[in-house]
Write a new protein. Structure first.
Length: 534
């Protein structure tokens, strides 16, 4: 870009970053989105830095025992490629000064990412051990470190910032620290400090389920030291009681965005009673082509090559990996459906088994085969039950259904390049975006999805993929969506799969639709135009 010197410098705060499968400081979609954005910023020459945490034990290494039980392991990771900035910061947490070292990462084609690390010699506090680990006190402590410590790291690094972008509510305490700075450093009263700070904060909200948005009691926030010099009345004004991290993010920001058009409609309704809630923008997520789009696929698409031949190479590689990991030999001539998600009830991972009579016949006759993957939070019993259920289906139909354990970016890349169809069937409108479908689409893997998240903006039924249902949200929702799923699968998708030329034409339409419209390059361009401009 030739105008970057005129653009605002952005500090992008996020709890996790998915830059590469070997750098285990991410759990899933939120972190991978953040990693893709930092790469797009580097590609486009945008003035941005990232602020995060160096998670020494990552999220969870999740394996499945012979009895189907899920086991969580937390190995210690070491990363020799990180640069020592020589900077340390301190944050007062629970009445004690916690020191954090600041590392710099530019290893994966990203703009500088600064990571705070408390796992230091002579310090018994390792808050930066497990991503989303432990319980409420530790979560608040980690968020204080990210927000308060992140702002202090920027100051000591000498990085001047125009815009602070909070990706989800975890970095919220950075806003409190910015207010404290203005009150203590510049002598402003609270209202003037708040007005000043608001001009420099933007906020992205993700979870379209009100119960899924984080809240805390004021007593625990006071105990932890999260008030950071503010009073109860001031914190009450910012986040209410109990203190809503999302409401506070909206209150503190000059602009806020949702991550798809439908999510924007949902979020504006959900937060209409909160200052800033009714003016939430819609900026649809995008994914990084260089990370997720296979170079041979895009080359074949651009140069009139044999897309099917390339697709079959990727499919064979996936099936070989399935055999290596699970000992199951799937067939390359059978329609292969992929489903990989965080284990959450609203994602309805087993909806395709709603009628075992119908799906069982298709599996036994080897009309289709299904590859599942996903992780559950270590403390989420319901999520682990969901995965256990998928493992049981895989054992029942062992030649046609597979569950790949320990889902990560490597598995995600293989699945979104090597499957024929990408299945997504959340309860509408609970899917904020659904970026895995974008990754599949730009590799010519055809989406088969409920009209939720990004898909209503992209879907041309029978042209670049297929929709499930018509957005029905009534009492018999599961029955309605499952009925549509089976009808489209048997009457449209399977016949289309037998027509090679028609299928390849749909693959081309999918790649054409997604390669720019749902790329992180388009997303960051919109961020600078709509979110960061003042």
């Amino acid at each position: 870009m030739d105008q970057t010197n005129k653009l605002p410098r952005v500090a992008y705060f996020c709890m996790e970053y998915g830059l590469h499968e070997d750098f285990k400081i991410y759990s899933g979609g939120l972190g991978i989105l953040a990693g893709d954005l930092l790469k797009a910023a580097k590609d486009g020459g945008y003035p941005m830095v990232g602020i995060g945490i160096l998670w020494r034990q990552g999220y969870t290494h999740q394996i499945i025992g012979r009895d189907g039980t899920l086991y969580d392991c937390f190995p210690d990771y070491r990363y020799d490629f990180l640069k020592d900035t020589g900077v340390t910061v301190q944050v007062l947490i629970r009445g004690r000064q916690v020191k954090a070292k600041v590392w710099e990462c530019e290893q994966y084609g990203n703009v500088p990412l600064y990571l705070l690390d408390t796992c230091l010699p002579q310090q018994d506090s390792c808050l930066t051990g497990q991503l989303y680990g432990w319980f409420e006190e530790e979560r608040i402590a980690q968020e204080m470190l990210l927000g308060i410590g992140g702002v202090r790291a920027l100051r000591k690094l000498g990085i001047d910032v125009d815009i602070y972008h909070f990706n989800d509510s975890h970095p919220l305490f950075a806003g409190i620290e910015l207010i404290r700075e203005q009150m203590e450093g510049n002598g402003l009263d609270f209202d003037d400090a708040l007005e000043h700070v608001r001009k420099h904060i933007v906020f992205t909200t993700h979870t379209p389920v009100k119960a899924g948005n984080e809240t805390h009691g004021h007593d625990i926030l006071q105990y932890m030291g999260a008030y950071d010099g503010l009073t109860y009345g001031q914190m009450l004004q910012i986040g209410g009681s109990p203190f809503s991290m999302t409401a506070a993010g909206l209150y503190l920001s000059s602009r806020a965005n949702a991550v798809s058009k439908l999510h924007g409609e949902t979020a504006r309704k959900m937060w209409a009673g909160v200052p800033g809630g009714s003016s939430i923008l819609s900026i649809t997520n995008g994914v990084h082509n260089g990370t997720w789009q296979d170079p041979k696929i895009i080359s074949a698409y651009k140069n009139g090559g044999d897309i099917w031949k390339v697709h079959m190479e990727l499919k064979r590689a996936l099936l070989e990996e399935v055999f290596r990991r699970n000992g199951v030999r799937l067939r390359e001539d059978v329609l292969t459906v992929g489903f990989a998600r965080r284990a959450a009830p609203y994602k309805r991972s087993d909806l395709i088994f709603y009628s075992e009579k119908i799906i069982g016949k298709l599996l036994r006759e080897q009309k289709i085969q299904i590859i599942f993957s996903g992780k559950a939070h270590p403390n989420d019993r319901e999520g682990k039950k969901i995965i256990g259920n998928l493992v049981n289906w895989a054992r029942k139909y062992s030649g046609s259904v597979v569950f790949l354990q320990d889902y990560d970016m490597k598995i995600g890349k293989m699945l979104t390049r090597g499957c024929d169809v990408w299945l997504n069937n959340p309860i509408r409108p609970m899917e904020a975006s659904g970026t895995s479908g974008m990754k599949a689409a730009m590799n010519g893997v055809l989406n088969f999805s409920v009209l939720d998240g990004w898909w209503p903006e992209a879907c041309r039924h029978g042209v670049n993929g297929w929709q499930i249902g018509g957005g029905y949200t009534g009492k018999n929702r599961d029955e309605s969506d499952a009925g549509s799923l089976y009808q489209v699968l048997t009457e449209e998708i399977l016949p289309a799969y037998r027509n090679r030329d028609a299928w390849v034409q749909m693959m081309r339409a999918s790649i054409e639709m997604s390669s720019w419209q749902f790329s992180s390059a388009r997303m960051i361009k919109e961020y600078y135009e709509k979110l960061y401009s003042r």
